[in-house]
Design a binder for this molecule. Structure first.
Ligand SMILES: Cc1cc2nc3c(=O)[nH]c(=O)nc-3n(C[C@H](O)[C@H](O)[C@H](O)COP(=O)(O)OP(=O)(O)OC[C@H]3O[C@@H](n4cnc5c(N)ncnc54)[C@H](O)[C@@H]3O)c2cc1C
Length: 504
């Protein structure tokens, strides 16, 4: 261990971000050489939402050595194969954004080019029929591919829905078993070194003081250290992402849980539907400039499939990101770093991605600015990439039934997104830039799903004989359907592999 190694990490906040950070660091940092304290306040509580995830979470579980069935049983989780979007392109339309690819590329040319050529010549089913995940989701089926799975089962890609509170509890047990010390109490004062401005310690309402060398700010929207103490600043993206409020309410399940999230566009935002083992999570995300809180609540309650199990909870947020995710000796994670609204369930992933980057650039007590700058650059990139993909959903609409949709349809968009759309519109070309989270298959699903069709074909399709391509597509289509029909129902799979074990 170097003379400058960090000896004490203090995590402020015990929501999903705080406990994910505690679990990952306690598993990773050499034992006994570093202490980890986590402080959370029962009085303040957590945001309590955040129940749909994306596939990279499997890697986080692997890193922790978590058994997937035990984790799902503890968090009353279900499997998620993608998101069904209703009424986004136009009222009455629906499409599926699946995890994983559509079909398979032919001669290194992306699959969607052949699909588009076929579609221009004969009547074709929706592109979701070429996604293993989407076909299984449509039939309410699930099977776990497992290591060494062969095509097309290996193309089934999944994530999870879970109860956020139970997930945090699960991670807390994991982290405490690995030496993380939890302190309950409300932080009322933060002490800084006079010269560097580095945070030295935090003081709780009962007078206890906890000192540290590296502070991880997981205190939620407020950003207790990164903003209140360090005044880092926030980049506001409301002009591209006008939703700034949410109302969330659980209801009883109307039937067996579906293996997908549903997002239904409404007049001033959209409504989520997240099936867990024991309840349905619902919420309306909306723009306060276009809808009153009371109207939002009425709309949400009117669109539940069952009686609510609790009164609706209201939340406010501003889409955007902290100008520096890492400032001085404070690294922010979770909502204190920023929030891009939950349309593609990316927030928990952004926590995971921040943790992985922090581990790759872990500082010592000299806090090399080059490491911090690189961290901030990478976090900025990933936030902006996700932002652009979410903005696409609002921009690529033909809806003109409300002021909200008229605004979204006609708004200016970030330059990088505009260039990407231009490339797509001309010949259907898409490229994954650097570490972008959402690859071409995701963009194709949303673009075609919302009715944005390229004007011409990519000349590269001419490298494959049309009859051969057509036959390949038909075979693929059949193989997905046949396999999905053999899979167990999603609810049967859960009942066998990971039925809920915990209370709550
Ligand atoms: C409407 C909505 C829907 C969402 N849906 C999804 C989704 O489907 N998928 C997804 O990935 N993400 C989603 N998210 C985001 C997700 O909820 C968060 O990313 C995740 O819960 C992490 O939150 P957090 O831990 O950063 O903050 P919080 O849960 O707010 O936790 C903050 C912690 O800091 C503590 N704290 C704060 N101040 C003090 C203080 N003074 N002293 C001591 N402790 C303090 C609190 O007690 C708490 O423990 C959603 C968010 C919203 C708003």
């Amino acid at each position: 261990m170097s003379d400058y190694a960090i000896r004490k990490v203090v995590i402020v906040g015990g929501g999903t971000a705080g406990w994910m950070a505690a679990a990952a660091l306690s598993n990773w940092l050499p034992k006994r050489s570093m202490e980890i304290d986590l402080i959370e306040s029962d009085e303040i509580g957590t945001v309590g939402v955040g129940e749909a995830t994306i596939p990279p979470l499997l890697q986080f579980n692997d890193m922790l050595g978590v058994n997937e069935d035990e984790f799902l049983a503890a968090a009353k989780g279900t499997f998620k194969l993608g998101i069904e979007f209703v009424d986004w392109g136009a009222i009455g339309e629906r499409y599926f954004h699946p995890f994983g690819s559509h079909g398979a590329d032919i001669n290194s040319v992306l699959f969607h080019h052949f699909y588009l050529r076929e579609r221009s010549q004969r009547s074709m089913p929706d592109i979701r029929e070429w996604s293993m995940s989407a076909v299984a989701a449509g039939l309410g089926r699930f099977a776990r591919p497992g290591a060494g799975a062969r095509l097309p089962l290996s193309q089934l890609v999944y994530a999870f829905h879970f109860d956020a509170g139970l997930y945090a509890r699960f991670l807390r047990r994991y982290a405490e078993a690995r030496g993380v010390r939890r302190t309950e109490g409300k932080i009322v004062h933060v002490a800084q070194e006079s010269e560097s401005g580095h945070v030295q310690s935090v003081t709780l309402a009962d007078g206890r003081t906890i000192a540290g060398e590296l502070f991880i700010d997981c205190s939620g929207f407020r950003g207790l250290l990164i903003e209140d103490t360090l005044g880092t600043g926030y980049e506001d993206w409301t002009r591209w992402l006008p939703c700034d409020r949410a109302a969330a309410v659980p209801c009883a399940l109307p039937g067996p849980p579906d293996p997908f999230t549903r997002s239904t566009a409404r007049a001033a935002g959209w409504q989520w539907r997240i099936p867990l083992q024991h309840r349905m999570g619902n919420g309306l995300v909306y723009s306060s400039a276009h809808q009153e809180r009371e109207d939002a609540e009425t709309l949400l309650l009117a669109n539940l499939e069952n009686e609510p199990l609790a009164p609706p909870r209201h939340l406010s947020f501003t889409a955007g990101r902290r100008k520096l995710a890492w400032n001085a000796n404070v690294v922010s994670l979770g909502l204190s770093t920023g929030f891009i609204e939950p349309l593609e369930s990316t927030s928990i992933h952004l926590v995971q991605s921040g943790i992985m980057k922090l581990m790759a650039l872990f500082p010592d007590r000299r806090f090399n600015p080059a490491e911090r700058d690189e961290y901030n650059r990478q976090v900025q990139d990933v936030f902006e990439d996700v932002r652009d993909f979410i903005v696409l959903h609002y921009k690529a609409t033909r809806r003109d039934d409300s002021d909200f949709w008229n605004y979204c349809r006609t708004m200016d968009i970030p330059d990088k997104l505009a260039s990407k759309l231009e490339l797509w519109r001309s010949k259907g070309r898409l490229f994954r830039d650097g570490q972008e989270l959402f690859g071409p298959a995701s963009w194709v699903a949303v673009l075609l799903g919302q009715g944005v069709v390229p004007e011409e074909q990519d000349p590269m399709v001419a490298t494959v004989d049309p009859a051969t391509a057509a036959e390949t597509l038909d075979k693929m289509h059949l193989s997905y359907r046949r396999l999905a029909e053999q899979m167990p129902a999603h609810s049967e799979f859960i009942a066998r592999a990971c039925p809920a074990t915990s209370g709550g």
